[in-house]
Design a protein around this ligand. Structure first.
Ligand code: 9MR
Length: 459
């Protein structure tokens, strides 16, 4: 099966680039290996059938070969982790974390404060009782984040808290009704206090539908500005990106361009954008033609371009592997993923593969200093100057990291699987990145609520 992927990719690449082109996929190239070359995370959920052992063996083989970030479809949600008050069940989540660790994958946690999949006991016992609901939510977040502290790299702390139609908070929510919007700010603060190293996201759908104040993303942007100004520890926005191909002239609701605009606005706030639940479904019941699948592949690629091209976007996560096991039928949609019912790669798979293979990052010509970097020839003492963000600037010369704009910062370096390879606290001025071998990494510099994350190459 894996070999088939490469063959499919190879054939397509040969078609696109000309027969015999030397840049055709190497036999062992996968989405994962190419994503790692491009310094991004590519992933798919482990769906609930995986947790109950209902999937064919090649599903897991594909999953771990093609992807380097993972999230559980349902198994870390409130109803799964605290089905009865104070009775926590981490079994499935532990199973996924173990799998991720064994396969060098980054882990997303999904989701802490959400209106859906909240067990009945919460509203039956405490509905509308603000004090009790605050206690319940705080306890839940502290226990769950605490259990996986250091093992879950990023959390969807708040999920889908914005209403679908008007730009306002969603009122149909046990948390909103009982606590008010302050449950949102509080959730971030509680999660950060337990695991200060985890990236914390606000996650929602329909964020690819524009950033004007009347659109969901426009409303969100105003909230993110407020959170940042108030020092609420939020680091990322997750755009679920459940998109429908309507197969009419105006093919897609929402657009990659709109999502890109959101990424750019978030960059100004030093907040990342992650694509967290991508699927591009067709309406159920319609005949999906080859050209429909090709158009779908093009849209998958356009969303990938955001992650490749926008410096504050790093994650491209698909809500499923194969069309056979997908939540989309519940939404009256079909065929929204990149593998078909028989776990064969679809044109969307090939489209992503080709894009990852052929993507050339732009050369950094933003300042004179930056040109002593890898783009400038044969230097062994690599120096890069990066853009200043959130008032922090950094400069890397060989393994000497110099930082300005902070007084005593925490510096961490992660490999492209998100594993920590270096950390230092109270860094004042500069620090040697000792024992970090050559390669691609992500560096994070933090002081209080100020933080800068940047991909780096150490040579
Ligand atoms: O895929 C999930 C499905 O199995 C569940 O029945 C459903 C219940 O709400 O949740 C689905 O996952 C959702 C995710 O947690 C949040 N964003 C929307 C996803 C699709 O509904």
């Amino acid at each position: 099966m894996i070999k088939n992927h490469s063959i499919a990719g190879l054939a397509l690449c040969a078609t696109l680039l000309g027969a015999g082109a030397t840049s055709a996929f190497a036999a062992d190239e996968t989405l994962r290996s190419l994503a790692e070359k491009n310094n991004i995370y590519i992933g798919a959920i482990l769906n609930s059938q995986w947790f109950s052992g209902q999937l064919p063996g090649n599903y897991e083989q594909i999953h771990k070969t093609q992807f380097n970030i993972v999230v559980a479809e349902n198994e870390m949600k409130f109803d799964a982790t605290e089905p009865s008050e104070g009775q926590f069940n981490y079994n499935n989540g532990d199973k996924m974390v173990k799998y991720a660790k064994a396969n060098g994958m980054r882990v997303r946690g999904h989701a802490l404060a959400w209106h859906s999949q909240v067990p009945g006991w919460v509203s039956q016992k405490y509905g509308k009782n603000k004090k009790e609901l605050l206690r319940v939510l705080k306890n839940h977040i502290e226990k769950v984040v605490g259990h996986w502290k250091g093992q879950i790299d990023e959390w969807d702390v708040v999920n889908e808290a914005i209403s679908n139609n008007e730009p306002q908070w969603r009122t149909y929510s046990v948390w909103y009704e009982g606590i008010g919007p302050e449950f949102i700010d509080s959730a971030f603060v509680w999660a950060h206090a337990v695991d200060p190293d985890a990236e914390l996201c606000y996650n929602d759908y329909n964020l690819e539908q524009g950033i004007n104040p009347k659109a969901k993303a426009g409303f969100l942007l105003e909230q993110v500005k407020r959170w940042v100004a108030n020092g609420i520890p939020i680091h990322c926005v997750g755009s679920q990106t459940h998109v429908e191909d309507t197969t009419t002239d105006k093919h897609f609701i929402g657009s990659p361009d709109s999502l890109r605009s959101l990424a750019k606005e978030l960059a100004k706030l030093n907040i990342k954008l992650k694509i967290t639940e991508l699927d591009i479904g067709f309406k159920s019941g319609i005949n999906v033609s080859k050209s429909d699948l090709e158009r779908q592949g093009k849209t998958f690629r356009e969303y990938l371009d955001i992650v490749l091209e926008e410096p504050n976007a790093d994650t491209y996560l698909i809500w499923g592997v194969s069309d056979k096991w997908s939540w989309l039928s519940g939404l009256n949609r079909q065929k929204g993923l990149i593998y078909d019912d028989n776990l064969n790669p679809k044109p969307a798979f090939d489209s992503i593969m080709v894009r990852l293979q052929t993507y050339e990052p732009p050369k950094d010509t933003s300042s004179a200093d930056s040109c002593e970097a890898d783009s400038c020839g044969d230097s062994t003492n690599v120096i890069r100057t990066f853009t200043v963000r959130a008032g922090i600037s950094m400069h890397l010369a060989g393994r000497t990291l110099s930082i300005a704009g902070v007084t005593a910062a925490k510096v961490e370096v992660f490999d492209m699987q998100g594993r920590p390879v270096f950390n230092a606290r109270n860094v004042k001025g500069s620090v040697e990145l000792k024992n970090v071998s050559e390669g691609l990494y992500v560096i994070r510099i933090q002081e209080g609520t100020k933080s800068l994350m940047q991909k780096i190459t150490i040579k």
